[in-house]
Design a protein around this ligand. Structure first.
Ligand code: AMP
Length: 479
């Protein structure tokens, strides 16, 4: 499949090629032809799959022909759960539509009303909005949907999670029944399926492999820790006792990476740091050393480690959790490459709940928590998720190997010692790998009163981050 085959308007195609894209991503290859054919869509695709272009490109294609109705309201309305996502969509439309002429604006919460009122009083082609604020304007009679052709629900599952269901339904009900509706969501089941049955007409269903499915060969584990000192002790224990052959240890900061690499090196580990403050030739040398095996513990930051393709990484250790769930998936993808097995271990402090929740939602998987005697967290984790170790059906039961480093020891594929039946060691208890069996639920499946995660989760999304109401017109009008 190529973009040329999608029969997009030449102005759109030009912008795509200028973006450096050569091939449509799977969601684009499946969704764009269906959307161009006028079908309603319900598509499962997460951030990072190219889903924005999957709905922006067909929407721009509509704008390449003149509107059939004469009014000032938007022809395309995109609803997003957060201001940040609204901004991303607006930026993407600006990028892919840069050779077209159209007006785009965003209406998001937490921003002053007057510029938004001005925006809505002028002709608009694409409106990107968060549901709460949009409904607010709607109820004051400021929206004209008479020429609306496309309604996009982006990250519909998050909108529902955030309590926007009524706003979304009211907005949809106010738009013409003739509209095309494109729904994108991480999941298409449960409440999303119900919403879709109310808002979509004979939708085409598109399912793209989830991040979780793409990492089936990576065994993920979680350790709750109290603080930095606890992390230090636990890392030393894991490195001494577990069959770590080659690992990347991720830290949140460059300085943290330097410090930890020095400490590990002083402890006798063949460790080195990799981060953005190092010049390129030093970075290259470090990667070469990792490849050759003279470095076996790379302590890295996200930016530096992105795209590292070194075979034989047996472990990824999230010493600090990543800021975004996407980064988590990128990080763990450094192991388990080319069909090999890998182990991804994450440390989470009590302050990491929001990050942990995001990771669980994104991967749609509760990270199974391990408790190693002598390394128990002092405070019981507030989350209901993944703390209770499960007996029986033990997987990945790594027995403590004693105090010896395993670098260069005869290799055993990580996870290869996964046992069925009960864990081998009476000292270590391991939860089920698939912790969705009642022991631990991803946060998005929890009810609002199930702990702090859920509370944070239900926070008003429009009060996060920074954003502005923006309008833009681009280039000569086409079509
Ligand atoms: P999204 O999932 O829409 O947030 O997109 C994730 C990233 O993929 C964005 O940085 C896009 O610019 C990029 N992207 C989208 N489509 C393509 C493509 N066909 N080829 C390469 N990169 C893409």
């Amino acid at each position: 499949m190529t973009f040329e085959k999608l029969a997009l308007h030449p102005s759109i195609l030009k912008a795509i090629l200028e973006s450096g894209y050569t091939t449509p991503t799977p969601i684009q290859a499946q969704a764009i032809p269906q959307a161009l054919a006028g079908h309603d869509l319900m598509a499962s695709a997460q951030t990072g799959t190219g889903k924005t272009a999957a709905f922006v490109l067909p929407s721009l294609q509509r704008l390449s022909t003149p509107a059939t109705k004469n009014s000032r309201g938007p022809r395309v309305l995109v609803l997003t759960p957060t201001r940040e996502l609204a901004n991303q969509v607006t930026d993407a439309a600006a990028k892919y539509g840069k050779h077209m002429r159209f007006r785009i604006g965003s209406i998001v919460g937490g921003m002053p009303y007057p510029p938004q009122m001005r925006l809505l009083s002028q002709p608009l082609d694409i409106l990107v909005a968060t549901p709460g604020r949009l409904l607010d304007h709607m109820e004051r009679g400021r929206l004209d949907y008479s020429r609306l052709e496309v309604l996009v629900l982006d990250e519909a599952d998050r909108m529902l999670d955030m309590g926007f269901i009524h706003a979304v339904e009211k907005i949809a009900a106010a738009t013409p029944a003739s509209r095309q509706t494109l729904l994108f969501s991480a999941t298409l089941e449960g409440n999303i399926a119900k919403l879709a049955s109310r808002l979509l007409k004979n939708p085409q269903r598109i399912q793209i492999a989830t991040a979780q499915e793409r990492h089936e060969n990576i065994e993920q584990r979680l350790h709750h820790v109290d603080d930095g000192a606890h992390k230090h002790r636990l890392l030393a224990h894991l490195l001494s006792g577990v069959d770590v052959d080659k690992a990347i240890v991720f830290t949140a900061t460059k300085r943290g990476a330097d410090r930890l690499a020095k400490t590990l090196y002083a402890q006798g580990h063949p460790a080195a740091a990799l981060h953005g403050d190092m010049n390129q030739s030093k970075r290259n040398r470090t990667i070469t050393s990792l490849r050759s095996g003279s470095v076996r513990l790379l302590v890295a930051t996200d930016v530096a480690a992105r795209g590292i393709d070194v075979s034989g990484i047996t472990h990824v250790i999230n010493y600090d959790l990543p800021k975004s769930a996407e980064d988590y998936v990128h990080r763990i993808g450094r192991t388990g490459r080319a069909g090999a097995k890998g182990i991804a271990i994450s440390f989470a402090t009590p302050g990491d709940f929001a990050q942990l929740r995001d990771i669980e939602r994104y991967t749609r998987q509760a990270l199974p928590a391990l408790i190693i005697p002598g390394f128990e967290p002092t405070n019981k984790p507030r989350s209901s998720s993944s703390h209770q170790p499960r007996r029986g059906n033990g997987d990945a039961g790594q027995r403590h190997q004693g105090n010896r480093h395993r670098y260069g020891s005869p290799k055993q594929a990580p996870g290869a010692n996964a046992s069925s039946g009960r864990p081998q060691s009476s000292q270590q208890r391991f939860p089920s790998k698939n912790a969705q069996d009642g022991q631990a639920k991803p946060s998005h499946e929890r009810r609002p009163n199930e702990g702090n995660n859920a509370r944070a989760h239900n926070r008003r999304p429009e009060s996060r981050g920074k954003s502005t109401t923006r309008t833009a017109s681009f280039g000569p009008r086409i079509g």
